[in-house]
Design a protein around this ligand. Structure first.
Ligand SMILES: [Zn+2]
Length: 68
């Protein structure tokens, strides 16, 4: 008597869906977009500097802007 295990298939489907959501691809260059943390320095009205941290999606198109 062969017993079919359907839980394995369900696991694979779930993992594939999760990976697809994580690996976004750029419509311009087709490269996978990965988040990169940027620290941007901004001068306030009082003349002091403050630093803003933000995440940007990096791919071939934006790597020049990000890394200079
Ligand atoms: Zn791109």
């Amino acid at each position: 008597m062969a017993k079919k295990d359907s839980s394995f298939q369900a696991k694979v489907a779930k993992t594939a869906a999760g990976a697809d959501a994580f690996a976004k691809k750029c419509p311009k260059c087709g490269d996978p977009i990965h988040p990169v943390q940027l620290v941007v320095s901004e001068r306030t009205a009082k003349g002091s500097w403050k630093y803003n941290e933000r995440y940007v999606g990096a791919c071939k198109c934006t790597s020049k802007e990000i890394y200079g």
